[in-house]
Design a protein around this ligand. Sequence first.
Ligand code: 8X3
Length: 249
Amino acid sequence: MKTVLITGATSGIGLATAQLMAQHGYPLILCGRNTDKLSQLQMELGAQTAVTTLAFDVRNKEAVAQKIKSLPASFARIDVLINNAGNAHGLDPIDTGSLDDWDAMMDINVKGLLYVSHAVIPQMKERKQGHIINIGSTAGKEVYPNGNVYCGSKHAVDAITTGMRLDLNPYEIRVGAVNPGLVATNFSKVRFKGDTNRANKVYEGYQPLQPEDVADAILFAITRPPHVNIADLTMMCTAQASSTIVNKS
Ligand code: 8X3
């Protein structure tokens, strides 16, 4: 069974993916910042599959490298890397956006993804086998008002996914992206800095994607036969036609 490493595994799409992979018996390396949540998850999913956890912040390149190196022998071979950690901070016009928000989005969504990939790719290259799935966004396909830097970070994920696929092509490493639109997670709560009322409104009046729907697409991608690579999978709920067109009742 392939060993799967998931970043941002303690909530949202990462958590739903961890739960679905556990149901299917994949050995899991669950990564996140919150050690309590990681331990809890290890206990819960440990009944279904082999689970180990790594606590680090993807922004810390030394910690990323050191933690991935520290994996016990039984988890040292990473077959599937799911670069899921990412979030949005703020929804402000470019002239009034916060520099700290911009740093966070670029550091987590772009640089964090690169640091984790940098730590994992050498072993995949050596084995000439591996699968990397980057969680992008519809925000990586189109820019919407006030999305500026978040959309920029996800466009970067889109470009980096293609760049990885090109550069890793000689090593038979599959690289693809899953790009969801509106998903009912704590995404908007983080974006709006804990303003639950504002966050809830984003998902009201229609049926948004659930994190489980995205997990399903990720499972589909990793269960294709070895000659099939799902390069780019963009998904939205039926009510959503684009970043700005959502059919709300
Ligand atoms: C999440 C989708 O439209 O809220 O990446 O930016 S959106």
